[in-house]
Design a protein around this ligand. Structure first.
Ligand SMILES: CC(C)(COP(=O)(O)OP(=O)(O)OC[C@H]1O[C@@H](n2cnc3c(N)ncnc32)[C@H](O)[C@@H]1OP(=O)(O)O)[C@@H](O)C(=O)NCCC(=O)NCCS
Length: 329
């Protein structure tokens, strides 16, 4: 495939109104501290969906901002791809609910379940669709309402995650702008290190499952940490190799925002100074598939990512899934 084929033309994001600070965990009986969470993860607060907020509403709001910025109307959308691990319903895909809300009647709409790599996978699927010549304008969203699938009694996980959505509009490349390289990997042999053990079609919900909480997210934190560092470091190398660029060519690195220590280790391996790394994990926590598009949207709004910027994305998540991309914005 001769690149660039697709370019990211606009961004938007939306997060729930309610902010849940590290110090708020005491109010729900979780034994932790602001110091422990900040030291281990870099997280200071996260946004949590309240009554009336759900994945569809967050994704629709993020999409509207991106579409307005791109000057694209709902009827011009050819496809809507939503990366998420916390769909509003198990059937149908939340992407069709977003399609209905936007009134994007011509768009094909579907979800991608690749956990924290969902948006990055979605962009690469959209690039392939644009390459066929059958599509012109594709909305790619990463969105999560993880607060509804985490175990609020498990301090190992509940302090890490947050809710939100980020959206991007993709079009065919012009003037050499767009995706210069892209890389995706998966390893299902490690699936049990970060998963929701039960409650799916293999083990449908029962009162026992609900009581023990095995339908909720569970994670072997240390193992996930090691794999994330290893895989994201490798993915960063592959993205640079694929684009035939070196670290000094990268203006901004936007890694998945799971943990500041993982971000720092990835940047160090890639030889990218932290001044060039966009970080917002302190304010949003780990929003899984939404983390990179929210960060991109903020970086764009702040003028850090602008036309002509060379940007590297690196993602890692449950599956395991991981990947990377270099984009000339
Ligand atoms: C979860 C994570 C922060 C834990 O940090 P860690 O340094 O590995 O800590 P450990 O798991 O070794 O736990 C150390 C101790 O802290 C305790 N602890 C765990 N969560 C705690 C919390 N929220 N507050 C206070 N103490 C906590 C543990 O119970 C353990 O106590 P023990 O030694 O008495 O058993 C870290 O493993 C991590 O970030 N993993 C990757 C998570 C991630 O980003 N996942 C998503 C990837 S997409």
């Amino acid at each position: 495939m001769k690149r660039p084929i697709a370019m990211l033309t606009a961004t938007g994001h939306a997060v729930p109104t309610r902010v849940f600070k590290n110090t708020d965990f005491a109010s729900i009986g979780i034994e932790t501290s602001d110091e422990w969470i900040r030291e281990r993860t870099g997280i200071g607060q996260r946004h949590i969906a309240g009554a009336g907020e759900n994945l569809t509403s967050l994704c629709t709001a993020a999409a509207r901002t991106a579409m307005e910025q791109a000057g694209v109307t709902a009827s011009e959308l050819d496809a809507i791809i939503l990366g998420t691990a916390s769909p509003d319903r198990l059937l149908p895909a939340t992407a069709v609910e977003v399609q209905a809300k936007l009134g994007a009647s011509r768009a094909v709409a579907f979800d991608i379940d690749a956990a924290c790599s969902g948006w990055l996978y979605g962009i690469q699927v959209a690039e392939g669709m644009l390459a066929t010549g059958n599509y012109e304008t594709i909305l790619v969203i990463g969105g999560e309402v993880l607060s509804r699938i985490v175990n609020w009694k498990d301090r190992n996980t509940c302090v890490l995650f947050g809710d939100g959505a980020g959206a991007t509009v993709l079009k065919r490349s012009t003037k050499g702008r767009g995706i210069l390289s892209a890389y995706m990997r998966s390893d299902g042999t490690l699936a049990d290190l970060l998963h929701r053990p039960k409650g799916g079609a293999a083990d449908p919900l029962t009162p026992e499952i609900l009581a023990e909480g095995t339908h909720l997210l569970t994670m072997a934190g240390r193992e996930v940490f090691k794999n994330a560092v290893r895989s994201m470091a490798d993915a960063a190398d592959r993205a640079l190799d694929g684009a035939k660029l070196s670290a000094t060519d990268i203006d901004v690195m936007i890694p998945h925002q799971a943990n500041i220590r993982i971000i720092e280790a990835t940047a160090k391996h890639a030889n990218i100074p932290m001044e060039k790394v966009f970080v917002n994990v302190d304010r949003f926590g780990n929003t899984s598939a939404a983390s990179i598009p929210i960060a991109l949207s903020e970086a764009h709004a702040q003028g850090i990512v602008k036309e002509g910027s060379t940007v590297m994305f690196v993602a890692f998540g449950a599956g395991f899934t991981w990947g990377s991309m270099v984009v000339r914005y």
